[in-house]
Design a protein. Sequence first.
Length: 117
Amino acid sequence: MKTNLFNKSLFAAAAVAVTTVGFSASASAGNRIERTAVVEYGDLDLTSEDGKATFKGRIRGAVRKVCGSYDATSLFDKQDQGNCMDEAKLSASRASVTILAAAEAGTLKGSKISVGR
């Protein structure tokens, strides 16, 4: 009887802990700060290998700037920084594919993009 009561109490405590963690994570995600960085490419020849390499380097730098560093002692900060890097890289990758294709086709308009989260 005591073991059964102990198991029920333990289960109830675990359920409360899981619920509390779930609410704090969703509240934090809702308060996330949106960040962006501008990547300029108007000075580059995006049809050349050197121009493409410089452009991609600028994008990597912008992603690092947008996501910054994280507190190594905080699991939440580490996860948030990883998510930021993934989102910013995906955003930048999509934009760069479009820009490089337009440069190859000779239809490139504009001279900068925004990389962000």
